[in-house]
Design a protein around this ligand. Structure first.
Ligand SMILES: [Fe+2]
Ligand SMILES: [Fe+2]
Length: 245
């Protein structure tokens, strides 16, 4: 399960009812793993972090979370480790090798991996050579259709894309643009999640999360949309994995 951009805040731009419906639906799905690709809070305020810690605990399965640019506003980067946890995660979950890298910089909207992040990414992908390799970043790696004027694409997107393609990443999960999308570049499926519970949606995209079915042979991406009190499947795509018959 891939969720993103919850933008949790007591200040009004967080759709608490939508979040409740999403948590209930996601808990029903009994996922093996929930990944949150950042912007947990709206402004990085202390009161938001306190609320976010409680709200994230409503998931029956603890989500793997990385920070987004909004989490690092207003000194939020000093609160994130205390209230949410690790900012980088490298872990194996069954046959998945997960490499989640923090792309955010305090008080900036732009994101980057930089040389340190690129090194982590490269060594993670090499370490997990035998596994299905999943990379998680907050900022988007390729432009997202229907997301407006292009901005905040990862600063070093070209170099990161090269590392990802050359080292055979199977899947990249991003957030930030609040519009869901899936596209394949060489052998890598790059997926963007919409916003789970922010008021800041675009057109009829509504709020959404992504349901991913990953097997040795295929990656299936389903965008589950919540709009006007109803759930539906906004998009469904299936990709063959490299070398699979
Ligand atoms: Fe966001
Ligand atoms: Fe963001």
């Amino acid at each position: 399960m891939h969720i993103s951009d919850t933008h949790i805040t007591p200040l009004g731009r967080f759709l608490s009812d939508v979040y409740d419906a999403m948590v209930e639906k996601i808990n029903e799905e009994r996922a093996d793993l929930i990944i949150h690709s950042g912007d947990v809070t709206d402004y990085g305020f202390l009161q938001e972090y306190k609320l976010a810690r409680d709200r994230l605990a409503e998931f029956e399965l603890e989500p793997l979370v990385i920070p987004g640019n909004h989490d690092y506003r207003n000194l939020g980067h000093t609160l994130y480790p205390e209230f949410i946890g690790e900012t980088h995660t490298v872990m194996e979950v069954e046959d998945l090798g997960i490499i989640a890298i923090d792309t955010s910089v305090p008080d900036l909207n732009e994101g980057r991996l930089g040389r340190t992040g690129q090194t982590h990414l490269m060594s993670g992908l090499r370490e997990f050579q035998e596994l299905i390799k999943v990379v998680v970043l907050h900022h988007h790696l390729v432009p997202v259709p229907e997301a407006g004027r292009e901005r905040n694409l990862i600063d070093d997107a070209g170099d990161v894309l090269k590392i990802i393609c050359e080292n055979g990443a199977d899947l990249v999960l991003c957030g930030h643009r609040h519009v869901p999308n899936a596209i394949k570049v060489e052998n890598t499926v790059i997926v963007n999640a919409g916003t789970l519970s922010s008021v800041k949606t675009r057109g009829y995209h509504g709020n959404s999360y992504n349901l991913l079915e990953i097997t040795e042979k295929r990656i299936r991406v389903k965008v589950i949309r919540y709009l006007d009190g109803n759930f539906d499947v906004e998009m469904e795509k299936e990709y063959k994995r490299m070398d699979s018959p």
